[in-house]
Design a protein. Structure first.
Length: 387
């Protein structure tokens, strides 16, 4: 492949060169255990403090409200399980949506087996939760609500301010957890101003290393650990700290946030350009991502073909895309997100997620369109006389 075109940034992003270099430097020179009392340990501990401040600054939060984890999945688990275990009297009713990430849905499924009453809020055709359904679900027993800020398959952005209003009106004691894994670093997120208590982040979605994430916990909110051991992260997340990963995350967060506005403008232009080309060249294609969705994610259905077949044909041309969430790509079931949005089966079967970063170019998207024009007539089921 002479040139790769990487359009799977919602699955993971390519780390910044400066982040890779920093990780190498930290690994080579600052290898002490942060819990050690000698100089090497103190050096490592100070680097963690720096990264915690960098991450907190992006959220306009207090560094004491940031806890490092192994990634978005652990952050989501820690937020939901940790809060409910620490506050057993808060209630036995919890709420989420039908289009959440498996790291939330599976936790809620587990909690239902433990006796919690669970409501899954439906979404409209854009992937936005139905606020009236949420209003009908919230009651005096609601302990926690968990919603994804930006959906990982279609980019739908949830109306957090409206969710907060409903909470305030119907059950002010309920805690709100926001899964911001796809949104962090891409749009402004200030949990204190948003009046939310818990927020999950992941490094490898913002050009940082894999295996590291963070959870924002508002001051005064009690949560219990789900891992036990040496009491690291103020006894909330035991285990020797991943110092190189934490440092890489901090630098990636700072770097991404510093260019957030410019990146958003650029990617919005790329989305508009790409969707225009799709509509111009593929009249049967359906855009599953709304105009209001996070511009970094464009979900498109091409009828009469299998998305996995299209994915591999694009791969042969050095173009990397996804059929949906990378965390469930090895499962044969159809996208639960598109199903919840009411997309018909034939369009779900042909759905491709093109996820962008500010590193992509219009020329790359043009090449992708030309490749699609070559591939689709060849692999179309209708073309092959199978329907």
């Amino acid at each position: 492949m002479s040139h790769e075109i990487y359009l799977d940034n919602s699955a993971t992003t390519k780390p910044y060169d400066e982040v890779v270099q920093y990780i190498v430097e930290v690994s080579r020179s600052y290898y002490g255990n942060p819990s050690s009392l000698h100089t090497k340990g103190i050096e490592a501990e100070n680097l963690i403090k720096k990264a915690r401040l960098q991450t907190a600054n992006v959220l306009r939060a207090d560094p004491k409200e940031i806890y490092f984890t192994s990634g978005g999945t652990e952050s989501n688990n820690l937020a939901v399980l940790g809060y409910l275990r620490a506050n057993p009297r808060a209630g036995k009713h919890i709420i989420t949506s039908e289009i959440e990430h498996p790291s939330v849905l599976e936790v809620f499924k587990h909690l239902a087996s433990e006796g919690f009453r669970v409501d899954y809020i439906p979404v409209d055709t854009r992937g936005t939760i139905r606020l009236e359904a949420l209003r009908n679900a919230v009651d005096s027993e609601t302990a926690l609500m968990s919603f994804m800020l930006a959906n990982n398959e279609v980019g739908a952005i949830q109306p957090v301010s409206e969710i907060v209003k409903i909470r305030k009106e119907l059950c002010p004691s309920a805690v709100i957890h926001i899964d911001a894994v796809q949104a962090f670093g891409k749009i402004p997120i200030y949990p204190a101003g948003m009046n939310i208590e818990l927020l999950s982040m992941s490094s490898h979605k913002i050009h940082g290393p894999k295996g590291i994430g963070a959870l924002y916990v508002k001051k005064g909110v009690r949560i219990k650990p789900i891992l036990f051991g040496g009491g690291q992260e103020t006894a909330l997340r035991s285990g020797t700290e991943n110092v190189p990963g934490i440092c890489g995350f901090g630098l990636a967060a700072e770097t991404t946030a510093s260019a957030m506005e410019d990146n958003l403008t650029k990617v919005s232009g790329l989305k508009e350009f790409f969707i225009g080309k799709i509509k111009e060249n593929f009249e049967d294609a359906v855009i599953n991502s709304s105009d209001e969705a996070l511009p970094y994610i464009i979900n498109v259905s091409f009828p009469n073909l299998k998305s996995e077949v299209l994915l591999h044909h694009l791969e042969q041309k050095g173009i990397f895309v996804s059929t949906g969430s990378a965390c469930s790509s090895h499962k044969s079931s159809q996208s639960h997100v598109l199903k919840a949005m009411g997309v018909s089966a034939k369009y779900i079967d042909g759905a491709i997620r093109f996820s962008l970063s500010a590193q992509n170019t219009p020329e790359e998207l043009d090449t992708t369109i030309n490749s699609l024009k070559e591939i689709i007539p060849v692999i179309s089921i209708k073309h092959r006389g199978k329907v």
